[in-house]
Design a protein. Sequence first.
Length: 615
Amino acid sequence: MKIARLIITNFRGIRAATLLLSDHVVFIGDNNTGKSTVLEAIDLALGPDRLNRRPPVDEHDFYQGRYLASPESEAGDEAVAAAAPAETEDADTTPDPDKNPKIEVEVLITKLSDEQRAHFVGHIEWWSETANTLYDTPKPEGVDQVAITAALRVTFVGHYDSEEDDFKGATYYTRSLAESDTPDIFLKKDKQKCGFLYLRSLRTGSRALSLERGSLLDIILRLKEIRPQMWEDTLGHLDAYNVASDPKLGISGILESVSASLKKFVPKEWGMAPHLKVSMLTREHLRQVITAFVATGEGDHAAPFFLQGTGTKNMLVLALLSQIAEDKQNVVFAMEEPETAIPPYAQKRIVHEIRKLSAQSLFTSHSPYVLEEFGLDETLVLSRTKEGILSQTNIELPTGVKHKRYRQEFRTRFCEGLLSRRVLLAEGATEAASIPAVAQRLSELHPTTYASLEALGICTIDAGSDSQIAPLGAFYRGLGKTTFGLCDKQTDSSKAAILASVDELFMHDEHDFEDLILKQTTTAAMERFADMLEWPPHLKTAFPTPKTNLIPAIKAYFAWSKGNWGLADFLTQCTEAEIPQWIRDACKKLKTVCEPPPVPSAAPGGSPPSGTVFD
């Protein structure tokens, strides 16, 4: 079983999205892009226990909280239609009497097992794996082609019912929505045939190893067709247990005196022999209170599962889900951020095991150790416009970046950029270390004027050389990132190549970054830095009294510590006035670009100037 296509409409932060998925996928992107929402949408349509919640959706599940018809919701119809594939245009064209917005999540499933095909036989459609569209040509023999495979489409529809003043939601067989006034419901037993397992942070609460309906332990028992007759026995034991019956405690005596007093006023049939029991327990109560205890450390003392460390809880839940996957064989396994409280070696182990156990695995992650376990074709970069249109981008390496280099430098040069919204490509290691450090220093000195690069959502990457800024800029820009370049003075041709690949270029007029610093800083800053340094022996010999030959001595130190934070250390001990003006202006410009100030009303016939080069 595999989810080949996912279409989402009006769900949480996503107004519209159409995603095509491979056998194993890791979704990456900046926070609040929509990665978790994608997995929640699948769970809404396929999760067998998701709709146990009443109501199944609420106000906050609708895009921008709009669940009533309004001019704003109708204005977005064109964006939704543009994001939807052509063949879904005829799905549910019945006019909605009150025109309230609907949450719709369509899941197209391929690679059905023989058992699944037999179960869903009346709803099977056909999918072209080469064209990524439904095969609807009126030629039955066409389905025998290798690239045409059996498929199942189901759609969750959630809406606000004005008459009942409540939210409704159910999953239907998609085709029946267009073909019938009473569409066929995709029932819980049908969802269980599909086998979608979703591990999110909420799973690690007190519920996972309890016996509540839909808990992981309950699912395992149902899969193994085990119906433990524990309820009657347990309730019987509890019913027979008389709390505080020992006369030494004094409680039983008080209850006996109450009983004696009662006999004075009413016949015995009205009430006799009051005593204490555990509670008015039913089997539903037991489902909620029974939980697993786990012993950790050297001793035998066991504590409730949900009181264990985060990493231990995650691994225990993962073990349960793995057992479910082994029993069901043909499952789709979705997991959010497997790196949470887990060391790197365990992260890799998790990915390996889940890929092996599941027909399809879907991950979200911010960990380089997880991401490097997926190929380029298995990594989907998600981005979302301010209008709520979510799109996917596959990674394609630019010319000059070989796959071997991508793998070798993934953790140091590519991963952080893939996970960020904005990328600053610095010419070399010195610039890559210095610019974030000095931006942090300036933000501490004057937080209203400057901001750290981290606060602006900018990751800084060492491009390796000025010649690599253009190809890397094109790479990240092609993934929907805002890209900046920072370099020494370039020739006209090199400058043009970089400009074509980045959104903003920061280029100073010196041929060396160290020269820029030394020319634009102050003597006082250099003297103070010289006093702070523990000079290496060879520079002590060359400059026995550094202050008498200050600039050559400091420049020699910068050359010796190149790529090792020497220049960054100098800048972070400077006052604002001692930091070169070009750097101060560049940091102000970055803040303005990333956090534009409110736009004043434009004068008639005028428009604000714009530029792409910072000199």
